[in-house]
Design a protein around this ligand. Structure first.
Ligand code: 2M8
Length: 467
């Protein structure tokens, strides 16, 4: 066989593998499909999670833009009066004893005058605002497909725009009363990177009082308890929930008394990118005055820049209670890349850290995808949840940010390595960075969703990336 024929055979084989992987990803999303929303995973997470749903909508848009729009609309049905989008909408049909803390534990949130009518119950926390990015994806995909699909998506965009605006306004005001451009979180669960070493120092100052015994259903659903947060971490999580409930889920009360108040750089950077998406949505639905959103973007971007630590070449979160930055080398530090449109020098610094031995250049990595926590960071653990494993969904966010930053070559390499990691077709929640072993829940929806989006990229974009 000549070199050309050989290349054709290899390309065909690779294409065949991609088709099989896409089929498996579709199967995972189908299995978790609850009609108009999607379970985060079949048994560990049988409810609707906020930022999971946004990523899921990005993947679903590749299958049906109508179904993807429903995913977001279903979540926003439970938006609070304040504009907050709850971090979990509980599935009334989830088997009892499947997830803790479940709807009973959060039922009191329904007593808040700002909560939507229950059931279904919602938590009173929130998660990073990927939703506008997802809504824009749905629209762009539908617009490309044209016809009735585009008309329906335009109607969806018109309906969701004011809801997204109110969600972002909530984050820019109630969650940033100082007008700093950075979002304050009340709980590590709000960051989405629950047990990351980012929170170790701030959590140390939380004194846990009496907690009645509680179940850890999660531990029975993973290969080993080491893959989930520890007992001490969970005690702190539940103690913080107890305090938030005691404060009546009221923002001002929480700001006055809560022991965990942190400015989260990753959350804030996602909000900048989401505000950029909102600006595009506003243009598509014919909104004229967008000065508010433009102001939010500028404020957010300036603030992210101010969190830069030149020593470690990453952005740092800030502990409002402790009055100090939280020193930790984690993927959250790539906030300037995610916020986008940084000056070339800052972009160069971020990429240098990304490619350094602290992340992609670490010699022991199985695939060149970033560990959630740098192996050089104290508290790194290759199997423990957000303390080291790689998360495909984070890789997607970084890949998308690299594309937006005009780094198609790096983006292409990251996508390639991410797909190799998923090649076995096991859509794990996260992966051991040195062995590539899938960990946590199996059949995780957002992992399947980002794989579908990667696999469905049209050839034009793929060749632009290769340029
Ligand atoms: C994880 O968080 C939940 C609590 O919200 C948990 O551990 O029980 C995180 O990975 C979070 O980012 C994710 O949204 C959620 C569902 O996939 O699981």
């Amino acid at each position: 066989m000549g070199p050309d024929e050989d290349r054709v055979v290899r390309t065909r084989a690779a294409r065949g593998a991609e088709i099989r992987l896409a089929a498996r990803a579709r199967q995972v999303l189908r299995q978790n499909d609850m009609g108009v929303w999607t379970r985060a995973s079949p048994s560990l997470y049988p409810h609707q999670w906020s930022w999971d749903s946004a990523f899921i909508a990005i993947g679903l848009a590749r299958l049906s833009t109508r179904r993807a729009a429903k995913e977001l609309s279903a979540l926003f049905e439970y938006q609070w009066k304040t504009g907050k989008v709850p971090h979990i909408v509980f599935n009334p049909e989830a088997p009892p004893g499947s997830y803790f803390p479940g709807p009973d534990h959060w039922a009191c949130a329904a007593a808040s005058p700002d909560a939507p009518p229950a059931p279904p119950y919602t938590s009173c926390l929130c998660q990073p605002p990927v939703h506008a990015i997802a809504a824009l994806h749905v629209w762009e995909t539908a617009e490309r497909n044209g016809g009735e699909e585009a008309d329906e998506a335009r109607a969806f965009l018109r309906k969701i725009y004011p809801k997204l605006l109110s969600w972002h306004r909530y984050l820019m005001t109630a969650r940033d009363p100082e007008g700093s451009g950075l979002v304050t979180i009340y709980h590590p669960w709000e960051s989405g990177t629950d047990n990351s070493p980012r929170w170790d120092a701030a959590l140390k100052n939380v004194e846990v009082g009496y907690l009645p015994p509680y179940p850890r259903y999660d531990l029975g659903q993973v290969g080993s308890p080491s893959e989930r947060p520890t007992g001490a971490e969970y005690d702190r999580y539940l103690w913080l929930v107890k305090l938030i409930k005691k404060a009546g889920c009221d923002e001002e009360n929480i700001h006055r008394s809560h022991p965990f108040l942190v400015k989260d750089v990753l959350f804030s950077a996602i909000l900048v990118a989401a505000n950029e998406a909102l600006l595009e949505i506003a243009a598509s639905v014919g909104v004229k005055d967008v000065s508010l959103i433009i102001g939010w973007i500028a404020r957010g971007r300036r603030a992210i820049d101010g969190c830069w630590d030149p020593e470690i070449g990453l952005c740092l979160d800030y502990d409002l209670r402790g009055g100090r930055p939280l020193l930790a080398r984690t993927v959250a530090g790539f906030a300037p890349l995610i916020a986008g449109r940084q000056n070339p020098e800052r972009l160069g610094d971020v990429i240098a850290t990304l490619e350094s031995p602290a992340f992609l250049g670490h010699p022991r990595l199985r695939w060149r995808v970033p560990p959630s926590t740098s192996p050089l960071q104290e508290g790194f653990h290759p199997r423990s949840y957000w303390r080291g494993p790689t998360w495909p969904v984070v890789n997607w966010l970084l890949w998308w940010s690299l594309l937006r930053a005009g780094e198609p070559g790096r983006a292409r390499r990251l996508r390639h390595a991410s797909l190799l990691q998923l090649a076995s077709g096991e859509f794990g929640e996260y992966f051991e960075p040195f062995t590539g072993e899938p960990l946590g829940a199996n059949g995780q929806s957002w992992t399947a969703a980002v794989a579908l989006d990667w696999l469905a990229r049209p050839p034009v974009e793929a060749s632009a990336e290769a340029a």
